[in-house]
Design a protein around this ligand. Structure first.
Ligand SMILES: Cc1cc2nc3c(=O)[nH]c(=O)nc-3n(C[C@H](O)[C@H](O)[C@H](O)COP(=O)(O)OP(=O)(O)OC[C@H]3O[C@@H](n4cnc5c(N)ncnc54)[C@H](O)[C@@H]3O)c2cc1C
Length: 392
């Protein structure tokens, strides 16, 4: 079987379906191709936050934070059934590295970058005035100086990916799954793709190709003829534990006593989601799993702040992040989505890194590349106002 579209997207994670939705909304015929299942990669293994990324202020990624906060506001508008505001608490103790003044300055800046929205507010309360829910959570009060409260938002990453896919299909996107890209051959008018499907093969021709392979991005590039140069990357695994009991209906942003990294304790479907870690990963992303060291690290951090909570691990999962290759800790590296152009392949873009929160904006940036290559089309919809459908 053979078909032809203007734009083909490899990868059915949030960035792939977001790119397909944006291209279809901009008026291009489009196909999205996923090898295993929608959101089976990193897009089902995130912290499930739609956030600006308070911690990225420490590494001065101001434009990323500003852009992510704008996207947060848009997603709260177009998908209120999938993205909900969530209050975060930051407890400050005598021993906390980030003191109250630093945090107040950071939260003030976070609010300014969010603009005049209800979620831009933050407050602080003294230990003697903690609300009942916080006292009931079992948060350690010894040495507690103050507790900040600010706002971000939470989603279900799999449901969000499925809703964006459905929206893309409603705009005419062809969805191929399971269909694995085996080979991509450059032709006069774009690419000829060979897909493995149901024990057979299918051919798709396209004028422009988007590689949204997530942690497999360079494996996808290795399938091109002529050769398409990859970008050097580091892959970093991040793990989460799903725990019983539910600790609180608000979230906690904690400083790990082990290495001072930020660790989240989040309410999650009547339970608690605890994460995340950062550990170099070198292997098949489909096989990534939580290590003993990561489990111990997360539970030790939880125990430090909630000494009386007896957690029971219900489930655990790990995901792989793509970061630009570099020295130093993963925490310090940029988290923007990098658009990579391989020399000799003017009709191909590869997406490296990026965020769940920024999928819609990344999709718009992909459209800008497609317009340069194929010229503009009459738009069908605007993803900034198009409501995401309800999916079951
Ligand atoms: C631990 C962790 C926590 C995170 N938390 C957050 C958060 O709270 N908020 C936030 O905004 N961001 C978060 N992120 C980032 C966010 O999850 C990722 O940026 C995002 O999910 C990446 O999506 P993706 O589509 O690029 O990759 P993926 O979801 O991995 O999708 C890539 C897809 O490509 C497919 N594929 C690969 N090769 C082929 C092939 N040959 N043929 C066909 N298909 C192929 C794969 O099967 C896969 O489904 C987190 C990341 C990690 C690792």
């Amino acid at each position: 079987m053979s078909s032809a579209v203007e734009v083909a997207v490899i990868g059915g994670g949030i960035l792939g379906v977001g790119a397909a939705q944006a291209c279809a909304a901009a008026g291009y015929s489009c196909a999205v191709i996923e090898q295993a299942d929608w959101a089976c990669g990193t897009s089902s293994r995130s912290s499930k936050l739609i956030h600006g990324g308070l911690r990225y202020l420490e590494t001065k990624q101001f434009s990323l934070v500003r852009e992510s906060l704008c996207e947060r506001a848009i997603l709260l508008r177009i998908a209120p059934h999938l993205v909900r505001p969530l209050a975060f608490r930051i407890p400050v103790y005598g021993s906390t590295r980030r003191g109250a003044l630093t945090l107040a300055a950071g939260l003030g800046l976070y609010g300014v970058l969010a603009g005049w929205t209800p979620l831009a507010r933050y407050s602080a309360c003294l230990p003697g005035r903690l609300p009942k829910s916080l006292r009931a959570s079992g948060l350690k009060t010894e040495g507690l100086k103050t507790v900040f409260r600010y706002w971000d938002a939470q989603t279900d990453d799999v449901q969000l990916t499925r809703a964006v896919l459905r929206s893309a299909q409603d705009l005419g996107v062809q969805a191929h799954c399971p269909a694995k890209l085996m080979a991509a051959e450059r032709t006069d008018g774009g690419y000829r793709l060979e897909l493995a499907v149901d024990g057979g093969t299918r051919e798709v021709r396209c004028g422009y190709l988007v590689n949204a392979g997530g942690p497999w991005v360079n494996e996808v590039l290795a399938r091109f003829a002529p050769e398409a140069a990859p970008r050097p990357i580091d892959r970093v695994q991040g793990s989460h534990l799903v725990l019983e009991p539910a600790i609180c209906d608000e979230a906690f942003y904690l400083e790990s006593p082990i290495d001072q990294r930020a660790v989240f304790v989040l309410p999650w479907k009547g339970m608690t989601l605890l994460g995340t870690t950062e550990r170099p990963f070198d292997g098949d992303p489909a096989q990534v799993s939580v290590s003993d060291g990561e489990r111990d690290y997360l539970l030790a951090t939880l125990r430090h702040y909630f000494p009386d909570v007896q957690p029971r691990i219900v489930r655990e999962f790990a995901g792989v992040r793509v970061l630009p290759h570099g020295d130093g800790r993963a925490f310090q590296r940029p988290r923007d989505c990098v658009f990579h152009l391989s020399p000799g392949h003017p009709h191909l873009v590869s997406l490296y890194g990026g965020k769940l929160t920024g999928y819609r904006h990344t999709g718009q940036d992909v459209v800008a590349k497609v317009v340069q290559s194929l010229g503009p089309r009459a738009a069908k919809a605007d993803t900034e106002t198009l409501r995401l459908p309800v999916v079951s």
